[in-house]
Design a protein around this ligand. Structure first.
Ligand code: LLP
Length: 421
């Protein structure tokens, strides 16, 4: 459920008509709903009630300071994957002891940054990383709390580019080698083992892969405890999927996922962390765009929008489906026509949808891409020297620009000219 609904024939974000935001900030723009962000965070928090837990929002999904502050105010922790994300989380007021650091390529600088700023734990992904972590921590006279990310060799049954839990993926250490690697970790001076981490992929629409992975983690917990390690925290990753095509998708709910966690690892008495990104931010955001032209092609009609692949890359990159709806509600029974919906970027890949059935539209009409709140604005680029689109946050009947559209001068002035030119 989200808070983007038609009212009196117009699409609203909470209590604000999208047309009003468009008139004020111009198109395209991203808009997020505070009530939806909060609701989704709470669904996870409530799903884990009865277990000691922390929901660490995977901020790679949408990392605007205003979004982070909204979630942090509810008690959210953050899952970060770079020094930049760590700095963003701290700038939004998230204390270090609520930040977990994931990712396969943490540098010495990033490790030192997190150790000096404060960190809940590092999710270690390899033996060389573990060695560096121990070295940097020892040099700084501190101990780094860690989990080790295990790769359970489970098929997440999601798009190949976002599956991470198979042995051919670059993530984690093979679960079969876990005992050996934990023994090595225990012998390193700068490290304190806290627990185990697992994350098998993103946009999972079925609970079974989670169940397989979490059962393996439960078994490993018992083995590692028998080996003499303290395993008091399990980070179970993110990955729960959202309905992108609302007419025919109904992925499991956070409550089902919470029940699964209790069933598979609840008996171990560990503190539970989860790292959801998409489910918190995805349906809390839209990309709103305007039709520039309707172009008649050979046997097809193109809807040419002012938004493009550089603004929302998911369709080009993952063949992803986003529901695209007109901002003025079509009357019931209105005839639908097939459109190829494209952007102005000079690539054929700049196609959002082919043969998409839509009510007839014309130049100047506004459309909204649903489920664009996660992996939307954060993956945008300035390709074709198109400015990053602004982000807007709505709360009730208020809205605020939370990142402004840069001017061309601002964009150009980031380049510097060598003295010989
Ligand atoms: N934890 C780790 C270690 C991750 O790698 C990810 C996502 C998450 C948590 C959050 O997963 P979520 O709950 O959002 O599914 N750009 C792609 C998605 C990439 C996901 C990368 N890792 C897309 O647009 O579909």
């Amino acid at each position: 459920m989200d808070h983007f609904l038609y009212r009196d024939g117009a699409l609203f974000a909470e209590d604000v008509p999208l047309s009003e935001i468009a008139a004020s900030v111009g198109t395209p723009f991203y808009v997020y709903s505070t009530a939806t962000l909060e609701r989704h965070y709470r669904l996870f928090d409530e799903a884990l009630v009865g277990m000691d837990h922390l929901v660490c929002y995977a901020m790679k999904a949408a990392s605007n300071q205003a979004i982070l502050k909204t979630l942090a105010a509810l008690g959210a922790g953050m899952d970060v994957v770079s020094g930049g994300e760590y700095a963003r989380a701290r700038a939004a007021g998230v204390p270090g002891d609520r930040i977990v650091f994931s990712g396969v390529g943490k540098t010495r600088e990033e490790i030192a940054q997190a150790l000096s700023g404060g960190i809940r734990q590092f999710n270690v992904e390899s033996e060389p990383e573990m060695a560096v972590l121990s070295q940097v921590a020892t040099q700084m006279g501190v101990t780094a709390p860690i989990t080790i990310r295990v790769n359970p060799d489970v098929d997440a049954r999601t798009h190949a580019k976002i599956a991470t839990g198979k042995s051919e993926n670059k993530f984690g250490i093979p679960i079969a080698r876990a005992r050996e690697v934990y023994a090595k970790a225990a012998a390193l001076p700068g490290i304190e083992i806290i627990g185990i981490d697992v994350h098998i992929g993103s946009q999972l629409t079925d609970l079974e892969p989670f169940e397989l992975a979490y059962k393996k983690v439960a078994e490993l917990t018992e083995q590692l405890r028998a080996d003499g390690h303290t395993i008091r925290r399990l980070d179970l990753g993110g990955g729960l999927g959202i309905p992108y095509a609302r007419s025919n998708e109904a992925p499991p709910l956070p409550s089902d996922y919470g029940a699964l966690i209790k069933r598979t690892v609840g008996h171990l008495g560990c503190e539970i962390e989860i790292e959801p990104g998409r489910l918190i931010a995805g349906n809390a955001g839209l990309l709103v765009s305007q039709v520039i032209y309707v172009k008649q092609g050979e046997g097809r009609q193109f809807l040419i929008l002012d938004g493009a692949m550089n603004d929302l890359i998911r369709p080009a990159m993952y063949d992803a489906w986003h529901d695209i709806v007109p901002v003025v509600e079509p009357e019931p029974g209105r005839e639908l026509v097939p459109y190829d919906i494209v952007g102005p970027v000079c690539e054929s890949g700049d196609t959002f949808a082919r043969g998409r059935m839509m009510p007839k539209l014309q130049a100047g009409d506004l459309v909204a891409f649903r489920s664009a709140g996660a992996y939307g604005a954060v993956m945008a680029s300035e390709y074709n020297t198109r400015p990053l689109v602004p982000e807007v946050l709505v709360k009730g009947d208020h809205f605020a620009v939370i990142r402004a559209r840069p001017t061309f001068d601002e964009m150009i002035s980031r380049d510097t000219i060598p003295e010989w030119l």
